[in-house]
Design a protein around this ligand. Structure first.
Ligand code: C2O
Ligand code: CU
Length: 461
């Protein structure tokens, strides 16, 4: 029997009426990706189960792994109580598949579905997450890893995907705090949690061997937290940022900062002796703790290896020609303790208090809501450079959909990225080649900021 949408709805309704678990059926050839509510043991033993929203009911959501140049076919089935969509973060994707509710597609209502079908041009570490009411849906757990494998596996012993996240938990109930739209969080640094996890686990511990070389694929899936990390008893190199390989692996000598939505691929050699442990330390606070611990048992090799070779380059990595690039400006204002007195909301100038009353605390180029006209209108192949002036006292993680950019520093361009951390009161500049046609969001990935004023878009047409 072929399930049509009508009998699918009738069937799930009937099943729900019997109090049996609901089941979703694939409506097309694509593998379903079921967004649903479930309860699981997120907190340490002794605490109750926590109700979360997850892809296939899991934390982290189902890992999607495809070869470079391959095709992802997933049918999102929405079994949540509200509408949703999926954004494939960092993929230089066909615009129609970008998953932005209200820009590239309509949000999928409860009981509905959407067929995602796209090619992945670049190898690397990417992720996917909800893109409707993201500040709530991602915080409830709707995110997973999307790994695109290099044609030739790099020379490592193991590959570990590590999704760093935090959760704001009500300690009384053990449930996710429901204060998603609290003005205090929107207008300050965003919603940071009180429970820090890796792959949904506090104190994640992995087994390792001395002199083993691991590839760690770090993904910051938190709404607003900037992770500060250090390596203990391992030697590491950054081999890729936001999915894109570095031309030369860069030794990790200092703290690593990972803003919301950013990824870093590390190669690490475990130097701790058998019986000891190595760690990826979280050094956010005065009391560093292992974000991930590696318990060393045995020796992988008797001697340490030499420095790693770079990952193979992805296609279309040419640096933009700065002299030929069209300049644009992005002025970021607002937030608590800021200087913004007014901004335009839906075509009308409003004072800060009025904006706050309507749930807006920030503005990009003086506009608080998502503007009707793009920040930049570019023709295919055009090069653009964008200065970003952060006139607020908070850092922001600026993310461009559909294309990677390079930061411009002292007239030179840095590595390709899709998300840039811009510090409080800092000015930065990025440049990119507008080689992917469509309407692309450009927003702060502190998801509360995106929802309360820090969202705009660029058009390549
Ligand atoms: Cu990762 Cu617009 O998002
Ligand atoms: Cu922000």
């Amino acid at each position: 029997m072929r399930y049509t949408r009508r009998n699918f709805l009738a069937l799930t309704g009937a099943v729900a009426g019997l109090g049996l678990p609901k089941r979703a059926f694939a409506l097309s050839g694509a593998t379903p990706l079921l967004a649903r509510e479930t309860s699981l043991q997120l907190l340490p033993a002794g605490y109750p189960e926590t109700s979360i929203w997850g892809y296939d009911g899991a934390i982290p959501g189902t890992e999607i792994r495809v070869p470079q140049g391959g095709r992802v076919q997933r049918q999102l089935v929405n079994d949540l109580p509200e509408a949703t969509s999926v954004h494939w973060h960092g993929i230089r994707i066909d615009n129609a598949m970008d998953g932005v509710s209200g820009l590239t597609q309509d949000a999928v209502p409860p009981g509905g579905s959407f067929d995602y079908d796209f090619l992945v041009p670049d190898a690397g570490t990417y992720w996917y997450h909800a893109h409707n009411r993201s500040y709530e849906q991602v915080a409830r757990g709707l995110r997973g890893a999307l790994i695109v494998e290099e044609p030739q596996a790099p020379d490592v012993d193991r590959d570990e995907v590590l999704i760093l996240d935090d959760w704001l938990i009500d300690p009384q109930s053990g449930q996710i705090a429901e204060n998603f739209e609290q003005p205090m969080m929107m207008s300050h640094g965003g919603r940071t949690g009180n429970y820090v996890t890796t792959n949904g686990r506090y104190n994640l511990t992995l087994a390792a061997q001395q002199n083993e070389r691991l590839r760690l694929r770090l993904v910051n899936a938190a709404n607003a937290r900037i992770f500060a990390l250090r390596l203990r008893d391992m030697t590491g190199w950054i081999v890729a940022l936001d999915g894109m390989p570095l031309a030369v692996p860069e030794p990790v000598t200092d703290m690593l900062f990972l803003g919301p939505a950013q990824r870093v691929d590390l190669f690490v050699d475990i130097t701790a002796a058998p019986g000891d442990s190595a760690a990826l330390l979280n050094v956010d606070t005065d009391e560093p703790f292992p974000q991930v611990a590696f318990e060393v048992a045995g020796q992988g090799a008797s001697v340490a290896r030499t420095a790693p070779a770079p990952l193979p380059p992805n296609p279309r990595m040419d640096a933009p020609d700065l002299a030929a690039a069209t300049p644009f400006k992005l002025f970021m204002s607002g937030g608590a303790m800021g200087r913004m007195e007014s901004a335009v909301l839906n075509g009308e100038r409003k004072g800060f208090r009025q904006l706050a009353g309507a749930g807006y605390f920030w503005a990009l180029n003086d506009v608080a809501n998502m503007p009707d006209t793009p920040l930049a209108k570019l023709s295919p192949g055009e090069q653009a450079r964008l200065s970003i002036i952060n006139d607020t006292v908070f850092p922001h993680a600026m993310h461009l959909h559909g294309m990677h950019f390079r930061e411009v520093m002292n007239g030179r361009t840095g590595p390709l990225r899709d998300t840039l951390l811009v510090g409080a009161n800092e000015s930065r500049e990025i440049a990119f080649v507008a080689d992917n046609p469509g309407k692309w969001l450009f927003h702060c990935h502190m998801l509360e900021h995106a929802a309360s004023g820090m969202t705009t878009w660029v058009e390549v047409a």
